[in-house]
Design a protein around this ligand. Structure first.
Ligand code: COA
Length: 186
């Protein structure tokens, strides 16, 4: 299967009932920093909060090509905004290679437990499946991360019992399984 080219911004600008999902741009840096500076956001992923909005800006700039440094993977990051007042509430990312994607999701602490993570991730997953024709989507989730496990399950991923060297469990959905479509719809 040929690797997909980088989609035009319009192609991966998405919407849900409450959210706008737009390709992440440097102009989102201040709002994202306000969410990501909270250490709680990094509790299960092991990362450090960015030191400044300029750090966030530099990271976004480095990812501006929408490709991994080696160029062999699409790196897509969506900034999540409330449709009613355009407040930034988080982001969703997908690394796409060889017909499959690895997803991650982040919602600012003040906006959690309102369904935004699931709503945005479900939309991205559907887009990956139908627009990029992927056959598999996965995520790596710390076994104690209840919120992320629940989110993954609600969008149709299932735990595989496989673990990474970091102790995260691999969750996966494959699109040849018709049960998948049913579980996402329910
Ligand atoms: C994981 C995360 C994105 C969830 O975002 P969210 O917008 O709060 O998620 P939702 O409101 O859509 O909730 C998803 C499910 O998790 C549950 N949930 C959310 N927060 C929870 C918590 N703190 N404790 C227990 N369950 C929780 C919800 O009840 C819901 O479960 P249900 O579908 O069975 O009803 C958010 O907690 C987060 O950003 N965490 C820090 C970043 C991170 O670790 N990301 C994961 C990297 S893969």
């Amino acid at each position: 299967m040929p690797e997909p080219g980088v989609p035009s911004d319009a192609d991966w600008t998405l919407e849900t009932e409450r959210l706008e999902l737009a390709p992440m741009v440097e102009g989102d840096s201040d709002a994202l920093f306000a969410l990501l500076k909270d250490p709680e956001i990094h509790a299960f992923t092991g990362g450090q909060p960015p030191a400044s909005a300029d750090d966030v800006r530099a990271t976004i700039r480095r990812r501006g090509s929408r490709r991994s440094p080696a160029g062999d993977e699409l790196w897509l990051n969506w900034t999540l905004r409330l449709r009613d007042d355009r407040t930034v509430v988080g982001y969703v990312q997908a690394g796409v290679k060889e017909g499959r994607a690895d997803m991650a999701w982040v919602v600012g602490v003040a906006f959690q437990r309102r369904g935004f993570g699931s709503e945005a991730s479900r939309r991205v997953l559907t887009w990956l499946r139908h627009q990029l024709q992927l056959h598999e989507v996965g995520a790596r989730i710390h076994p104690d991360h209840i919120a992320s496990r629940r989110l993954a399950r609600s969008v149709g991923l299932r735990p595989t019992g496989e673990h990474t060297d970091d102790g995260e469990e691999v969750w996966r959905a494959t699109f040849v399984d018709s049960q998948y479509a049913m579980s996402v719809a329910s």
